[in-house]
Design a protein around this ligand. Structure first.
Ligand SMILES: [Zn+2]
Length: 379
């Protein structure tokens, strides 16, 4: 019998999912069979997503968000970054309150016990020289001024609520006019807003950006002054090493959404380049295809092992499990605009999960072997 000094509970920062599209919870099971075209890819998945958008009423958006957020809360998540891009009724007609849908999503999160950063998207076009397809008109405001006014209204509505942050989320370099970035950047800077953008998820959007502007998406954003400590690249799957340097110089974030990226066949990012340049990493559930923050967290390590065919790819010094837990909790919260102390979780160390786990290895065990299905783990 050894002296066991294992504490009864492990106190851990609660999970954050820094990139979510809650309405996509309604797509579960819908896109896993061969589609009408021989080549299923991200872009055919997107068509299915637009079909779901077409059928969303305000009531349904709120109901789906409630279910998505309840699942996240049950899994140990207490902070969500909701990249919110369905703003209007069908045909692009604004609701009487133009932030109706944002308010509903925020209410759903708060009622589910989550803090929320509502990352209000700006979506101007289908792409350079492309016209909007069905569904996309619900994302587009009449002008950039209107988008920014809607964000200011949201900031005003939740100014006194500590559980809510408002951020700006220009959707991508595909969906925003190159000429709009300057104004978006200065608007965000003047208000110290989190600034989230989908960047380099798909090779096609990179090729199109180069064709239109002569620059890759991240190069364009860097030249427009977007990079900062509040800048969050969502995905970053196909970034190049010099882009990792640019992000690291600004202590910017990359939010990896591993379970969704896997589902969509996006590819594997070079996390080694991001880490070695000081880019901060966080995690997101994105499409809600899998609701397990443990999976999104450890993929920051295990996907890199698959890519590099090496073990222990994260922090080469110190304690990788600590680094990974921070990415999936406090770093994500900061990327969403929540600084300082946040919600905590208590993991019961008398749970059968910890049987035969040596004292001192509990966090490693949780990070690399835990799942959301551990009933009764968190008290
Ligand atoms: Zn996304």
């Amino acid at each position: 019998m050894t002296l066991d000094s294992r504490p009864e509970v492990l106190s851990l920062a609660a999970f954050t999912t820094a990139h979510s599209h809650a309405f996509q919870r309604a797509m579960r099971g819908k896109t896993q069979r061969p589609g009408p075209v021989p080549e299923d890819d991200f872009w055919t998945w997107r068509e299915a997503m637009y079909a779901v958008v077409e059928g969303l009423t305000p009531e349904r958006i709120e109901a789906v968000a409630r279910e998505a957020f309840r699942e996240l809360h049950d899994a140990g998540v207490r902070t969500v970054g909701e990249f919110h891009y369905v703003h209007h009724a069908r045909g692009g007609v604004p609701y009487d309150d133009r932030n109706e849908l944002a308010h509903r999503v925020i209410r759903a999160a708060l009622d589910s016990g989550l803090r929320i950063s509502l990352l209000r998207s700006v979506y101007e076009r289908a792409g350079h020289g492309r016209s909007l397809v069905a569904g996309q008109d619900r994302f587009v405001d009449k002008s950039l001024d209107e988008s920014l006014r809607a964000i200011d209204d949201l900031i005003g509505s939740y100014a006194g609520d500590d559980r809510v942050r408002i951020g700006i989320a220009p959707h991508s370099t595909r969906a925003v006019h190159p000429a709009s970035w300057r104004e978006l950047v200065s608007f965000a800077r003047n208000r110290s807003l989190p600034f989230h953008v989908h960047v380099a998820e798909q090779p096609r959007e990179i090729a199109e950006c180069i064709e239109e502007t002569g620059k890759r998406p991240l190069e364009l954003l860097s030249d427009e002054g977007a990079l900062s400590e509040r800048f969050v690249v969502v995905h970053g799957t196909h970034l190049l090493p010099h882009e990792a340097v640019l992000l690291g110089e600004h202590r910017a974030f990359v939010c990896m959404c591993a379970t969704t990226e896997r589902d969509l066949g996006d590819g594997l990012p070079d996390l080694g380049a991001l880490r070695s340049n000081g880019v901060r990493l966080c995690t997101g559930i994105d499409s809600h295809v899998v609701c397990d923050p443990f999976e999104d967290m450890r993929a920051l390590e295990t996907h890199e092992r698959l890519r590099t065919r090496k073990r222990v790819a994260a922090a080469r010094v110190g304690h990788p499990a600590k680094e990974l837990w921070a990415s999936a909790s406090t770093e994500g919260a900061e990327a969403c605009g929540f600084l300082g102390e946040g919600p905590m979780l208590s993991a019961r160390t008398d749970h059968p999960f910890f049987a035969f786990v040596d004292h001192g290895d509990e966090l490693d065990a949780l990070v690399f072997s835990g799942t959301r299905a551990l009933d009764g783990l968190f008290s």
